[in-house]
Design a binder for this molecule. Structure first.
Ligand SMILES: NC(=O)c1ccc[n+]([C@@H]2O[C@H](COP(=O)([O-])OP(=O)(O)OC[C@H]3O[C@@H](n4cnc5c(N)ncnc54)[C@H](OP(=O)(O)O)[C@@H]3O)[C@@H](O)[C@H]2O)c1
Length: 212
């Protein structure tokens, strides 16, 4: 029986995780700290938090596993520092606090190309958060590296919309690693890793998350 904490629960992948986790009988409690309330559910604890002031001693940090699907874009964040806060500082703070309270497993949503292009803010930051969370020392760490995430967004992102049309049209002609990674497939990988991830560090690359 597993208690799981998910951060980023209101996002595209996060919403899929909440749906799956609430249906999965292996998960007894889902803790989802967010800044906007989620729909209530008997299995869900949804503390409203300010990620700049996480409550370090809250009892709900005591979970078996953590799933991190926090993230933003440089455009949405407004500055390099604001982007880094959401994609590096917050995930690392959550990882350290949950580890201190006894969490054994961590599943991180990173990205295709993490660390591959250190001059690019996005790639560099994803590489740095992968390394920083590895150093926290979870018994089991799973890092998933999706390509462009497919699903219904609550907001319009022009670049991603165009890329999705192009990748969608090319579909099976593309090598698997460059195809769209559907949000439900990413959520499956993260939830399984949180429940049953073996000890050690595991990478799940975009080709394993590609749309068929
Ligand atoms: N977009 C892609 O195609 C793509 C490709 C590869 C990897 N990724 C990575 O995959 C992960 C999940 O992506 P996604 O598309 O599911 O993300 P998303 O839909 O943009 O959701 C991001 C989540 O992070 C939260 N968040 C953002 N800024 C925050 C802040 N300042 N304080 C607290 N929470 C904040 C959001 O909460 P609110 O709802 O409150 O804003 C939301 O829950 C991200 O790390 C992303 O970088 C994305």
């Amino acid at each position: 029986m597993t208690r799981i904490l998910v951060v980023g629960a209101t996002g595209l992948v996060g919403r899929e995780i909440v749906r799956k986790a609430l249906r999965d009988d292996r998960i007894t409690r889902l803790i989802a700290p967010t800044r906007r309330p989620l729909e209530p559910h008997p299995k869900l604890h949804n503390p409203l938090v300010d990620f700049d002031r996480l409550p370090e001693d809250a009892g709900w940090w005591a979970v078996n596993s953590v799933i991190c699907v926090l993230g933003t874009t440089r455009a949405k964040a407004g500055s390099d520092q604001a982007f880094r806060k959401v994609d590096y500082d917050y995930p690392l703070a959550v990882a350290r606090l949950a580890h201190r309270h006894g969490a054994m497993r961590f599943a991180l949503n990173s990205s295709l190309g993490a660390a591959a292009a250190p001059r690019l803010l996005y790639s560099r930051t994803k590489g740095e958060i992968e390394a920083a969370i590895t150093a926290v020392g979870f018994s089991s760490l799973t890092i998933v590296r999706p390509g462009l995430i497919g699903g219904d967004r609550n907001e319009f992102r022009a670049g991603e919309w165009i890329a999705a049309r192009v990748l969608g049209a090319l579909g099976p002609l593309l090598p698997r690693r460059f195809r769209i990674s559907p949000a439900p497939k990413i959520a499956d990988a993260l939830v399984e890793a949180a429940i049953a991830g073996a000890s050690g560090v595991h990478l799940i690359e975009a080709d394993q998350l590609a749309a068929d």
